[in-house]
Design a protein around this ligand. Structure first.
Ligand code: AP5
Ligand code: MG
Length: 193
């Protein structure tokens, strides 16, 4: 199984690149952000809770996030998944440790972790542009976007060390055309498949 962890600050292109990887390597896309937004759309209890954090640019508490993710992985395995792209999960060391333990239990460890890097000003421009049509509350105000970026640097960027220590990290320049970046990702993934 090919299991890819794709992380990077908000607007780095995780969702955009995940789409290419799914087609190229026949993987299941698991975006915790998308799963939360589905729940928000369906007005579930989980959705109501998640919304109160997401709209402010804060992380949703680990326990609900982890349970939701495990549930989605197990359902996909039952459905015959050949591997996963984890987009926006893990977002802190605890989530990474939980994922490692859980995937090892399923005998499907993380194959590679890809960190997309883009400078802050470009992230803000991309997200504000998307915010004109995305309907996402967290895409509307520069203040909220800056909060999301600082949450990334405070909690998530440290995962570069975590995966580097496991010899699984590739850092990818996220600036360029979408196709150029897709090619960069493919080059490093080819080495592990
Ligand atoms: P999530 O949905 O994961 O949002 P995010 O990390 O803030 O990132 P985005 O989805 O905004 O950006 P992206 O990197 O996917 O970029 P995209 O491809 O869309 O999380 C939302 C919230 O949910 C979090 O803030 C948190 O509250 C909660 N949450 C989620 N996971 C959690 C977890 N594990 N634990 C706790 N809480 C969690 O691209 C962005 C824009 O740029 C698009 O318009 C795209 O068209 C454009 N673009 C992409 N690539 C390029 C390019 N190369 N050139 C020009 N434009 C480009
Ligand atoms: Mg996304």
């Amino acid at each position: 199984m090919l299991n890819i962890v794709l992380f990077g600050p908000p607007g780095a292109g995780k969702g955009t690149q995940a789409k290419f990887l799914l087609e190229k390597f026949q993987l299941v896309h698991l975006s915790t952000g998308d799963l939360f937004r589905e729940n928000i759309g369906e007005k579930t209890e989980l959705g109501k809770l998640a919304k109160s954090y997401i709209d402010k640019g804060k992380l949703v508490p680990d326990q609900v996030t982890v349970d939701m993710l495990k549930d989605a992985v197990l359902k996909s395995i039952k459905g015959g998944a050949k591997g996963f792209v984890f987009d926006g999960y893990p977002r802190n060391t605890n989530q990474a440790e939980v994922l490692d333990t859980f995937l090892k239990e399923q005998n499907i460890p993380v194959s590679i972790a890809l960190a997309l890097e883009v400078e802050d000003q470009i992230l803000i421009e991309r997200i504000l542009e998307r915010g004109k049509t995305s309907g996402r509350v967290d895409d509307q105000k520069e203040e909220t976007i800056r909060e999301r970026i600082s949450v990334y640097y405070a909690n998530t960027a440290i995962l570069k060390d975590y995966y580097h220590n496991q010899d699984k990290l590739s850092v990818i320049d996220g600036l360029g055309t979408i196709e150029e970046i897709a090619n960069r990702l493919e080059e490093v993934i080819k080495v592990v498949v």
